[in-house]
Design a protein around this ligand. Structure first.
Ligand SMILES: Cc1cc2nc3c(=O)[nH]c(=O)nc-3n(C[C@H](O)[C@H](O)[C@H](O)COP(=O)(O)OP(=O)(O)OC[C@H]3O[C@@H](n4cnc5c(N)ncnc54)[C@H](O)[C@@H]3O)c2cc1C
Ligand code: FES
Length: 282
C-alpha cells in the first residue's frame, strides 16, 4: 500500500499525486514507470514516474482520467492509500552528456519531464522543455518545470498562452536556430499522434529522438506480450525493452492500431464505473 500525501487537480481531468514509496523513490530514474492497482481483483495500469524525492521517500505521478481505472485513481485524495504500487519498471532514459536536450511534453507526458530535466540540468546539459496543449487551461506543470530547465516554451493550439501552434512547429523553429537553438537530442512524451509528428520533424533534420511508448500493458514485466511494439522491424516489449525507443525506428501505424483494439470494452467499463459512482452519490 502507498499512502497519498498530497493531491492537486491540474486540469478537470488530470490529477497530481505525491505518494509515500521510499523503496521505489530510492531506485527510480527518468523514463521509468510504476504499475498501480486500486482495488482487489482490479486491473493494473502503468503510470510514468513524474518525479521522485529520495530523501523524503516520495514519488510524484500525474494521472489523466480516460477510463474506468484512471477514474478510480483520480477519485482518491490525500490520506487515502493506493492498494499496490510496483516499480520502478522499464528502462531509464539515457542521453550522452554535454548537449542541448529538448524535452517535449503533451498531456500527462509533460509530467515525465520533471525528473528528466532536473537530472540533465544538474549534470550541466542545456535543457529546453516544450509543453503543448489545446488551450491555456489544459497546460500542466509549466511553473514547476521553470526552475528545472534553462528554457520552457509553451505552445497552445488556440494561442491562449505562449506560441500559437503545435509543439512540432515550435520545434521546427528551434531546429532552424531560433530561441534556445537546435537541440542535439529530443525526448517526446505524450499522445501517440504528437510523438509521431515529432519523429517526422526530427527525422528529416537528423536530430536523435526518443519517444516514450504507451501501449496497453497487463503485467508490466515482460510476461504477457500485450505491450508489443514494432521497432526497427522487430517486435519489442515496451515494459522491459522500453518504454523509450528511437523515434525514427518505431512503427507508429502498428502502435496506433493496437491501442484501439479494446475501445468497445473500455467504453463499457467506463460506463459501469460512472453508473456505480452516480448510485453511490445518491
Ligand atoms: C509506460 C506507460 C506510462 C504511462 N504513463 C501514464 C501517466 O503518467 N499518466 C497517465 O494518466 N497515463 C499514463 N499511461 C496511460 C495509462 O496507463 C492508461 O491511460 C490507463 O491504463 C487507462 O486505463 P483506464 O482503465 O482508465 O482506461 P481504459 O478503459 O483502459 O481506456 C480508456 C481510453 O484510453 C485509451 N488508452 C488506454 N490505455 C492507453 C495507453 N496506454 N495509451 C494511450 N491511450 C490509452 C483507450 O484506447 C481508451 O480510448 C501510461 C501508459 C504506459 C504504457
Ligand atoms: S505488459 Fe505484459 S509483456 Fe509488457
Amino acid at each position: 500500500m502507498a499512502r497519498i500525501l498530497e493531491t492537486r487537480r491540474l486540469t478537470p481531468v488530470t490529477k497530481y499525486f505525491r505518494i509515500e514509496a521510499p523503496l521505489i523513490a530510492a531506485a527510480a530514474r527518468p523514463g521509468q514507470f510504476v504499475m498501480l492497482r486500486v482495488r482487489e481483483g482490479g486491473e493494473r495500469i502503468p503510470i510514468t514516474i513524474a518525479d521522485y524525492d529520495r530523501a523524503a521517500g516520495t514519488l510524484t505521478i500525474v494521472v489523466q482520467e480516460v477510463g474506468a481505472t484512471t477514474r478510480r485513481v483520480c477519485a482518491l485524495e490525500a490520506g487515502e492509500e493506493i492498494l499496490d504500487v510496483a516499480g520502478p519498471l522499464g528502462g531509464h532514459i539515457e542521453i550522452p552528456p554535454g548537449g542541448h536536450v529538448c524535452g517535449i511534453g503533451g498531456g500527462f507526458g509533460s509530467a515525465a519531464l520533471l525528473c528528466l530535466m532536473r537530472e540533465l540540468s544538474a549534470r550541466g546539459d542545456r535543457t529546453t522543455a516544450i509543453l503543448g496543449a489545446r488551450t491555456k487551461e489544459l497546460l500542466i506543470l509549466a511553473d514547476e518545470l521553470r526552475p528545472l530547465c534553462r528554457n520552457v516554451e509553451v505552445c497552445t493550439d488556440d494561442g491562449s498562452a505562449g506560441f500559437k501552434g503545435f509543439v512540432t512547429q515550435r520545434l521546427a523553429q528551434l531546429i532552424a536556430g531560433d530561441g534556445p537553438g537546435r537541440p542535439d537530442h529530443v525526448v517526446a512524451i505524450g499522445p501517440m499522434a504528437m510523438m509521431r509528428a515529432v519523429a517526422d520533424a526530427t527525422r528529416e533534420a537528423k536530430v536523435k529522438t526518443l519517444v516514450s511508448m504507451d501501449p496497453l500493458m497487463v503485467d508490466g514485466t515482460g510476461m504477457c506480450g500485450g505491450c508489443r511494439v514494432t521497432v526497427g522491424g522487430k517486435a519489442r516489449f515496451a515494459c522491459v525493452d522500453g518504454p523509450c525507443f528511437d523515434a525514427h525506428e518505431v512503427d507508429f501505424d502498428v502502435a496506433m492500431r493496437r491501442n484501439k483494439q479494446y475501445v468497445r470494452e473500455e467504453k463499457q467499463a467506463f460506463e459501469r464505473v460512472a453508473c456505480m459512482a452516480a448510485r453511490e452519490s445518491r
